[in-house]
Design a protein around this ligand. Sequence first.
Ligand SMILES: [Fe+2]
Length: 379
Amino acid sequence: MAPVALPILPSIKDTVAPKKDTLGLPEAARKRFEKAGIDLSAGYPYRPAKPIYLDDVYNVRDHDRPFTDPGSRADPAKKALLSAATEVIHLTAHIGTEIKGLQLKDLTDQQKDELGLLIAERSVVFFRDQEITPQEQKKLGEWFGEIEVHPQAPSVPGVPGTTVIWPALQATEVAPNFRNPGGASRWHTDLVHERQPAGVTHLFNDTIPSIGGDTLWASGYAAYEKLSPGFRKLIDGKEAVYRSAHPYLDRNNPTAGPKYIERVHPLVRAHPATGWKALWVNRAMTVRIAGLDKAESDLILGYLYDVYERNVDIQVRFKWTQNTSALWDNRITIHNASWDYEGNEPRHGTRVTALAEKPYFDEKAPTRRQALGIAGPDE
Ligand SMILES: [Fe+2]
């Protein structure tokens, strides 16, 4: 099938700082790509041919692959990483840490393992003022697992697996508005429908609006801990159906309309590096709890989403600055990108996602608070 015609930038040379309604590649991104030797002559970004049929997409990575979490082999003290930093700032008590004084592209193997553990413990870790090419970003991502190459998401030309996160581009397909900001502006986590779903995602933003455009993350460890021990027993070991963000068609019944990739995974999972239990649901892509009637499943899932999304003490809201990296673990978080800038200024970045293990439930796994010795008597 021929690639779907999509807007191609007229000429990269002619682009200036983008104005509203002008889809020019932001200057900072262009400079970064030119320095990295990215060939922009055929347009930007690269768009793979869009797959139509469900079975073709089901066959992508539909087999077990070995996975070892780098955080599981790290020194728990994480001295190589933390002592090399000039500052380590915990942004909230339960989630989010900012590290200063380090360049991600220069981390040693030991530091990368320790970063894996820090992400597993703190859920999301930030590094400002990074100098990192798309190629280096991909290389770092490979340390955390097999890089996801999306069947239809736009990517940096010549660097498969570096997904372009550019709301202005997305808006050319589905126009957002204040009341329906769409896309990433709702609570979700990435790539839950994969056989081995996403682990660490690294989003590097080279261009951010002067006001707004924050991203929020919530902790899946803490969402689980918000549940009473009795309620935890109800959902422990249960499985749910998770679906893809993108729709496809059934080859044998294309007129039946859009269908999604669906896979069954545990509702509560254990993290292989920390060993802690986390709630693993998200409102955007969890279809139903397996084995329950729809009404029962809707009721329980609705409650779980509320717990996850509404407790501000288990969330971090991050204000980006240009050239900042966020590395988060999709196994233990949901996230939400605020579209309060309403497209009036550009926001642009590249994302690399490492796929992790097949999700598993471990009855004996502790909660984070139990493991850290901070759980109260009724926890
Ligand atoms: Fe996302």
